[in-house]
Design a protein around this ligand. Structure first.
Ligand code: SF4
Length: 359
């Protein structure tokens, strides 16, 4: 890889060796004035990951200094993520770095992808079209992807090798990148380094807090009463927010439920931005399809179906009285309104009761 590629894919071992060869001390990265641009870019990487996507600068016409700043910003961003040591941030940052790589890798030639794959211990052959890769590598990387097209049974297996398109191969490399980065964080950061990083951490902590608050207080639900959702849907939403990839059946159940209770397509897409395999165009197509863009609108599955697919989580007392997650929501609304009415009717009668009315 040349220096530009090392800056674009800074998690490869060659990039670490290159940085080590520069004889660059950690102290210098943290405190040298000349390194301020690298530190600011490192902070920007983390902030962008919280927002959703790390934007990679065009490095083609960049001078060596800019390329070096981009390369050195990566170890600094890892230090910042480690200083905060928040599992949500670690997951989000790793995912954002991986997605950003995927976008760039889609445009690279097959030989480059094959070489990069070797970095992740993937045995692959360039085919016409696409790639073939050993099934054990395929399972290792596609195992967390829930869409049915990734299931091994839906793939052609030839002498232990699975065929994938170039785009799919890049997508699987994304998983490899995410696993590598997530698995290597947090790095151990001495107390004095944490202190030296404080000026860069404040903004990140604030952005992280805002992100968690915004997406954790139900504000995207508008008039939809998320606190009255059934446990299965609440669980699915919390998993989605945490960046966990939902099983296809659960994703369908959650999406159709949210659409039925009145949540907009855009707000649902917003919720999915944390998903590891989030692809805005694909997700929009799927959500709009469930919403009825093709003429059929899909209703959420019943509790019996949810149970069959293992999607019924922590049923509570109300669950015993209903047969459908929508029934749960309606019953909670009815109970809430009934309680509100009771409270309202108590108010005018509270004064007379103290005068001796029957209790
Ligand atoms: S019983 Fe129904 S509503 Fe309750 S958690 Fe299970 S699937 Fe959801």
């Amino acid at each position: 890889m040349d220096q530009k590629d090392l800056a674009l894919y800074p998690y490869v071992s060659e990039a670490s060796s290159y940085v080590a060869s520069l004889d660059f001390s950690l102290d210098r990265l943290i405190s040298s004035r000349a390194m301020e641009s690298a530190r600011l870019r490192g902070k920007e990487r983390v902030l962008q990951s919280i927002e959703g996507e790390i934007q990679k600068p065009g490095l083609l016409s960049s001078d060596d200094r800019k390329i070096l700043i981009e390369l050195l910003s990566y170890p600094f961003s890892r230090i910042l993520v480690s200083c905060i040591d928040d599992p949500f941030l670690t997951r989000r940052y790793s995912l954002a770095e991986a997605v950003s790589s995927y976008k760039s890798l889609k445009g690279r030639d097959p030989g480059f992808l094959k070489d990069l794959a070797r970095e992740f211990g993937i045995q692959a052959k360039v085919e016409d079209p696409g790639f073939s890769m050993h099934f054990t590598d395929y399972i290792r990387l596609a195992g967390t992807l829930k869409a049915t097209e990734w299931k091994l049974v839906n793939r052609k297996l030839d002498s232990g090798y699975v065929n994938v398109s170039k785009d799919e191969f890049a997508r699987l490399l994304q998983e490899g990148v995410k696993n590598r980065i997530e698995g290597s964080l947090p790095v151990s950061v001495p107390g004095e380094i944490v202190q030296a990083c404080e000026p860069y951490l404040e903004e990140i902590r604030a952005a992280l807090h805002e992100r968690k608050t915004t997406f954790g207080d139900g504000s995207e639900f508008g008039s939809v009463e998320s606190e009255l959702f059934p446990p299965c849907i609440t669980y699915a939403i919390s998993q989605t927010r945490a960046g966990v990839n939902l099983a296809h059946s659960m994703r369908f159940a959650m999406t159709s439920f949210l659409l039925t209770v009145g949540m907009s397509v855009d707000d649902i897409l917003n919720l999915f931005t944390s998903s590891p395999d989030f692809d805005i165009e694909k997700a929009r197509y799927q959500v709009e399809h469930i919403a009825g863009a093709s003429g059929t609108s899909y209703k959420p599955p019943s509790c019996a179906t949810m149970q069959t697919y293992g999607n019924c989580y922590s049923p509570d007392g109300i669950c015993k009285k209903i047969k459908h997650p929508l029934g749960y929501y309606q019953r909670r609304i009815w109970l809430r309104d009934r309680d509100a009415q009771k409270q309202a009717s108590k108010k005018p009668s509270s004064a007379p009761s103290s005068e001796g009315s029957s209790s």
